[in-house]
Ligand binder design. Structure first.
Ligand code: FPP
Ligand code: MG
Length: 323
């Protein structure tokens, strides 16, 4: 956390309390709550709630107690929605580890994990419902639609080494950018902001999400499990064609067929050697940084303020995974 983010520290503590309280539920819900709490407590960067709160403070720098409660409700609901998608994603990806802990599908099986994800999804909507905003609701529904279609696109494109950057950017918007976007512009909508300000935060969230996801895709090739808290090399193993591989394929020239064979055969060492030779990871990092710069640029439509500066810094950090 940088110093500018200290301004949301007390609100983030309330988000943690709200998350825990939301997953208390009734006696009958004890088992599913225990499963969901295990995932929520396993940590995570809480990037979406941080974005929601900083975006909120751009419009309401000195919130009343009532406004703080609404901001915390929004930020917590966004995190619950995100966590629900991760539970389902780990089932789809057959992932064993997340945030350094075993996934629900590995401890409780796929069926229980899907149901726990569904339950978590409803907990998010309890929060959104409390906010009673039709405008926000439409944005959330659009983001969930994008999440689902992004996952479906990804399944359809599995193992397709011919997908280019356009397809990749569309998929990462759907699976990552859309929820970041609503985390930011939702705060603007809840504060009755004008169209230009809502658009600025919508664009900011989308572009930050782009940088964040590219960085995530780089880490899958460059980092070890203790760093990421999840198994590495999963994208190649599952046939997910991400930017580092797209760049390596673009650069391979006459060696393309050999690289395609290595990728199809899940030969991680050979694929990494190709990437090393053409600087694919560095080139992908440049793309992530470019998205981060564009994200910060989108905020120029808002008046300068400490929360705006914190958002600018967060975009750069998200693209470098240095937060
Ligand atoms: C992670 O991608 C995936 C997502 C952020 C989106 C998952 C969305 C769904 C499963 C559909 C919607 C779900 C609900 C509950 C409506 P990744 O696999 O590339 O990242 P990872 O390495 O962190 O797993
Ligand atoms: Mg996954």
């Amino acid at each position: 956390m940088n110093n500018k983010e200290d301004l949301i520290a007390p609100l983030m503590r309330r988000v943690e309390e709200k998350l825990a309280a939301t997953l208390k539920g009734t006696q009958e819900e004890q088992a599913v709550n225990a499963m969901c709490s295990q995932v929520v407590k396993s940590g995570g960067k809480r990037l979406r709630p941080r974005l929601a709160l900083l975006s909120w403070l751009c419009f309401d720098p000195d919130p009343s107690e009532q406004a703080m409660e609404r901001a915390v409700t929004f930020a917590s609901a966004v995190e619950l929605l995100h966590t629900a998608t991760l539970i389902h994603d780990d089932v789809i990806d057959r992932a064993d580890m997340r945030r350094g802990s075993p996934t629900l599908n590995s401890t409780d099986g796929n069926h229980a994990a899907v149901l726990a994800g569904d339950y978590m999804f409803t907990r998010a909507f309890i929060g959104f419902n409390e906010l009673n905003s039709r405008l926000l609701y439409s944005e959330i529904v659009a983001a969930v639609t994008a999440l689902v279609s992004g996952e479906l696109d990804q399944l359809r494109e599995q193992g397709d080494l011919g997908i280019g950057r356009k397809s990749y950017y569309r998929t990462i918007y759907c699976k990552t950018g859309a929820l970041f976007s609503v985390s930011c512009c939702g705060a603007a909508l809840l504060n009755g902001a004008g169209e230009a300000a809502v658009k600025a935060l919508r664009d900011y969230g989308t572009l930050l999400g782009e940088g964040f996801q590219i960085a995530d895709d780089i880490l899958d090739y460059s980092a070890s499990s203790p760093v990421t808290g999840k198994d590495s090399g999963e994208d190649l193993a599952d046939g997910r064609v991400t930017l580092p591989l797209i760049i390596a394929l673009e650069e391979a020239g006459a060696e393309r067929v050999r690289l395609e064979e290595a990728a199809r055969g899940n030969d991680l060492a050979a694929v990494k050697a190709f990437m090393e030779k053409c600087g694919a990871l560095e080139k992908a990092q440049q793309c992530a940084d470019e998205s981060a710069r564009a994200a910060a640029g989108a905020l120029s439509a808002l008046p300068d303020s400490t929360p705006r500066q914190a958002l600018e810094a967060l975009a750069a950090a998200a693209a470098r995974r240095s937060f």
